[in-house]
Design a protein around this ligand. Structure first.
Ligand code: PMP
Length: 399
């Protein structure tokens, strides 16, 4: 039961929400740092991290204060006007990203959609090359770049002229990128597709092919951005210079916000070719300014690198110790994946019973996306919970 004050929230959602989400039997009502609490007051270590939106931690006091202050001053201000918060955010965001300009929007899919449109506009070409197991969102353009058949098939026909090539296969990219290619879109670590890191040589090779053939290079940092992988942006591990970089999730400390960073090779965009009512809204900009400050002041990218190394080291022997259950442990920074030999759902459920909330990536990868402010002691507890769950489930399989 989930009632507080006599209200059954689960029943209300069951009755009235769209039906497009498979939900866990848990009503989350509060968060702080790397903890979440359910409606019955039980505390969890959060390795879902708002699906990547909570890098600075839940209810970070600086983000809360910025939102509260801005809410009392100005909420709505479309980009037909200039705005103080937006100007400051654009300056900071482009400086942090090392790119020239940014289109501001409200989600990851929108940021990807903008990148795809800008690439077509800038090159006058229509073909897009994306990767097998890539995920870029669920609006029609972003969905066309997304690989997973079960997301795509109910909505065919999608946008034409999208090709999916095997990830980490430079020869396949070489064959697919042509004089008609507007852009190649890739993740540095495929998040939804199973926590699969790219090879640096592959990414640099694709970038060189884009330059050689007049295509733009879109690096989708929606999940990998803002410290998650141990650098502010994951492409910085490999010295890449994306032409277009969609970001979202943690950009504004947890409230809906996104951006498409725009590099020099894109050239000039014209008024009216794109836009959105809430893009660059003052509340989101103020929150994003505060969140970027927190990421920098608290060195959260560096922290993700150190804690990611700790967790990988701590769990590196899982494939040996749990040979029948675990295939591989992998990831970058605190974008962490454990590939199982069977379905991940029972593991996630058992972890929840032990007070740890975790994600899947596909059917058999356990994905951890904790807020980057998580303590090493809490990660140790997560590691112990994973070991205990694998031991229990392993024993029940043998029984
Ligand atoms: N790109 C990537 C790499 C993502 O991981 C996601 C979301 N998981 C998206 C795009 C879409 O973002 P949103 O859910 O905010 O639309």
């Amino acid at each position: 039961m989930t009632e507080a004050l006599g209200i059954d929230y689960m029943a209300l959602e069951e009755a009235h929400s769209s039906g497009v989400y498979a939900k866990r039997a848990l009503t989350i009502v509060r968060g702080a740092g790397a903890y979440l609490w359910d409606s019955e007051g039980r505390r969890y270590i959060d390795c879902v991290g708002g699906q990547g939106a909570a890098n600075v931690g839940h209810a970070h006091p600086k983000v809360v204060a910025a939102i509260q202050a801005q809410a009392a001053i100005l909420l709505s201000c479309p980009e037909i006007f200039y705005n103080d918060q937006r100007a400051l955010l654009l300056q900071k965001l482009t400086q942090v990203a090392g790119m020239q300009r940014a289109f501001l929007c409200n989600s990851g899919a929108e940021a990807v959609e903008a990148a795809l449109k800008f690439a077509r506009f800038a090159t006058g070409r229509t073909h897009i090359v994306a990767a097998v197991r890539g995920f870029h969102g669920r609006t029609m353009g972003a969905l066309s770049a997304t690989w997973e058949p079960k997301y795509r098939e109910p909505f065919a026909p999608l946008v034409p002229n999208y090709t999916h090539v095997p990830y980490n296969d430079l020869a396949a990219a070489e064959a697919a990128i042509t004089e008609q290619t507007a852009a190649v879109i890739l993740e540095v670590v495929q998040g939804e597709g199973g926590v699969r890191p790219a090879d640096g040589d592959y990414l640099r090779g694709v970038q060189a092919l884009c330059h050689e053939r007049g295509a733009l290079f879109i690096v989708d940092e929606v999940q990998t951005g803002f410290g998650r992988t141990g650098r502010m942006f994951a492409h910085q591990h490999y010295g890449l210079t994306p032409d277009l970089m969609p970001v979202a999730k943690s950009i504004a400390g947890g409230i809906p916000f996104g951006a498409c960073l725009i590099g020099e090779r894109v050239g000039k965009l014209q008024p009216a070719i794109h836009g959105t009512t809430f893009g660059g809204n003052p509340l989101g900009c103020a929150a994003a300014l505060a969140a970027l400050d927190v990421l920098i002041e608290e060195n959260l990218a560096e922290r993700a690198a150190v804690l990611g190394d700790f967790l990988r080291e701590r769990l590196s022997d899982l494939p040996k110790r749990f040979r029948a259950q675990v295939r591989e442990v992998r990831g970058l920074g605190l974008l962490f994946g454990i590939e199982l030999r069977s379905k991940v759902a029972p593991v996630i459920k058992a972890l929840q019973n032990k007070g740890v909330l975790a994600l899947s990536a596909g059917l058999n990868v356990l994905r951890l996306l904790p807020p980057l402010v998580i303590s090493q002691a809490d990660l140790e507890q997560v590691a112990e919970a994973i070991e205990a769950v694998l031991t229990e489930l392993g024993a029940s399989e043998l029984a």
